[in-house]
Design a binder for this molecule. Structure first.
Ligand code: R5P
Length: 304
């Protein structure tokens, strides 16, 4: 019964998540469905799925990084192609979901891009959506944002497990660089059987933040600093500097989405961090943890 269900799932990796799709397919004992993706000379994209998808459920794995707009459009082309060819259900795994930070009008006249992107994803025919550690600041749950069934998975149990197995920690404490990251610090602290604390962050520009201490004494402690996204590295670099100034022995950084724009990684090491790890929601030099087992687990539970 289980095998029959799985045989009907087509695992399709978009251009940004090909390796992750292969890993997921391998976890499920199958191969990813091949799609020919090319560009016409004028820059338009050409897509062709090389297997029959009629009457089957299709799982599209496509992160929105790098080049969020390009990968978003490719995602829409994939969904519409698969529906048009008779796929009966489209299950999206968008491991890194871009635009979630622009979820409100911070200044008059701004686009609320998050709303636009969620609407387009629903309108083009996605039946169910999964993502990881989505940047949800002004809503409590992803289901408040989408009308289709939507699930926000977390990579932090996997990241904590990796830390536990590979990094020697003494007198560890998990630190969130700001209040929003407290949710991930709590999970990580629970897995590592450590305390956690929250620093206070104030953003003073796109790349600059100010960090003030939390409540706990960091003297002589090994700090595991956690965040959902490292983009410019400004937040984590400043928080690392603060932790070391407060007496931390060393700082290990863990994030779900290592976007690492520009010289972010160099900035973080220059601030004194010992190690940076992330996941393959965004392939990068520090993506040492794969979220494939979590995706495969979800797919095993689906009745398609
Ligand atoms: C913000 O609230 C997020 O959780 C991250 O802290 C932020 O996106 C990191 O951005 P950056 O690396 O540019 O400081």
């Amino acid at each position: 019964m289980f095998r029959r269900n799985m045989m009907r799932l087509k695992i399709i990796g978009g251009s940004s998540s090909q390796a992750l799709a292969e890993r997921v397919a391998r976890e499920l004992g199958q191969s990813a469905t091949k799609v020919d993706v090319r560009r016409f000379p004028d820059g338009e994209k050409y897509l062709r799925v090389l297997e029959d998808v009629k009457g089957q459920s299709a799982v599209i794995i496509q992160s929105m990084h790098p080049a969020p707009d390009e990968h978003l459009l490719e995602y829409f082309l994939l969904v519409d192609m698969l529906k048009d060819l008779g796929a009966n259900k489209i299950i999206a795994f968008i491991p890194y979901f871009a635009y979630a930070r622009q979820d409100t009008r911070f200044n008059p006249g701004e686009a609320v891009s998050f709303k636009t992107v969620t609407k387009l994803i629903e309108k083009t025919g996605t039946d169910e959506l999964y993502t990881f550690d989505m940047h949800l600041h002004r809503v409590r749950d992803i289901s408040e944002v989408f009308e289709i069934p939507a699930h926000n998975l977390s990579a932090f149990p996997l990241l904590a497990d990796h830390i536990q197995r590979n990094i020697r920690l003494r007198n560890a404490i998990v630190i969130a660089p700001d209040e929003e990251a407290e949710q991930w610090a709590r999970v990580c602290a629970q897995e590592l059987k450590a305390d956690y604390d929250v620093l206070k962050k104030r953003r003073v520009g796109d790349e600059r933040v100010e960090i003030r201490p939390g409540a706990m004494n960091l003297t002589g402690r090994d700090v595991v600093m956690v965040d959902d996204i490292i983009s410019t590295g400004g937040t984590i670099a400043e928080a690392t500097r603060a932790a070391l100034q407060l007496g931390a022995n060393k700082v290990v950084i863990a994030c779900t989405h290592p976007i690492l724009a520009g010289n972010a990684l160099a900035k973080i090491y220059a601030a004194g961090a010992e190690t940076v790890i992330g996941t393959d929601t965004v392939p990068s030099a520090v993506s040492v943890v794969s979220v494939a087992p979590v995706i495969a687990d979800q797919l095993r539970r689906l009745k398609c």
